[in-house]
Design a protein around this ligand. Structure first.
Ligand code: SAM
Length: 212
């Protein structure tokens, strides 16, 4: 029987609670097999800490747990989250109220590739677990670069057994990268290799691209 296919938006709209619980109630399975989720979170915090009182753009902000972490653990002054799944936005808004940082966070519904940011710019932008679902990675990375004055952080899944298992389970499209593709995407977005830090994490890589 063929499995039902969904858009990325409807896939994640139905899974806000599930994803939130990877952080709030991690199981032993999560800690072992979703290690990359926690590693990339720590790298996002580390990169943000380099910028005092950073204003942050959280691309595909999901349940908002990372936004809270950047305020509480990295000294960010404000986080602006964009996600196209309404239930993720609702979940994130509740999360920041529960965590007492609602005055420093704002979440809007929209597709990051088309959302109108007006003249708004940020010190730091990051996308955790998002390039997995974006067909035009160059468009997203270039957009992140144009919206960020200081640095850009992202996670990138690799091909392999874990990706094969995800493809079997997931009902939405998934994309993967090689290290060379990641370097090329950054170069085309205006980030030379010497400004790009590539860190191995479970299931792929995390990158920090520094503009200065
Ligand atoms: C795997 S979840 C990760 C959530 C969060 N970044 C985290 O690491 O906790 C991916 C999120 O990206 C969002 N997303 C994917 N593509 C998007 C797009 N083009 N515009 C806005 N949100 C997007 C999904 O709705 C989902 O909430």
């Amino acid at each position: 029987m063929s499995k039902k296919t969904e858009t990325v938006q409807s896939y994640w709209d139905a899974r806000s609670e599930l994803f939130g619980n990877y952080y709030k109630k991690p199981s032993t399975f999560d800690r072992i097999f979703r290690k990359g989720v926690y590693e990339r979170q720590a790298i996002a915090v580390k990169a943000c800490k380099e910028i005092p009182n950073a204003t942050v753009l959280d691309i595909g902000s999901g349940p908002g747990i990372n936004s809270v972490s950047l305020i509480k653990n990295a000294g960010a002054s404000h986080v602006f989250g964009v996600d196209f799944a309404q239930h993720m936005i609702d979940y994130a808004r509740n999360t920041v109220i529960e965590e007492g940082v609602a005055d420093k966070c704002e979440f809007v519904l929209g597709d990051v590739l088309t959302y109108d940011f007006g003249n708004r710019k940020f010190d730091y932008s990051y996308a955790l677990g998002v390039f997995d679902y974006v067909e035009n990675a160059q468009a997203l990375l270039s957009r992140m670069c144009s919206l960020s004055d200081r640095s850009i952080m992202a996670s990138w899944p690799e091909d392999g057994l874990r990706m094969a298992l995800r493809r079997y389970r997931y009902t939405c499209p998934l994309f993967h990268y090689t290290e060379q593709q990641i370097i090329d995407l950054h170069r085309k977005a205006g980030i030379p290799r010497e400004n790009l830090e590539i860190i191995r994490i479970g299931g792929g890589w995390a990158t920090i691209a520094r503009k200065s």
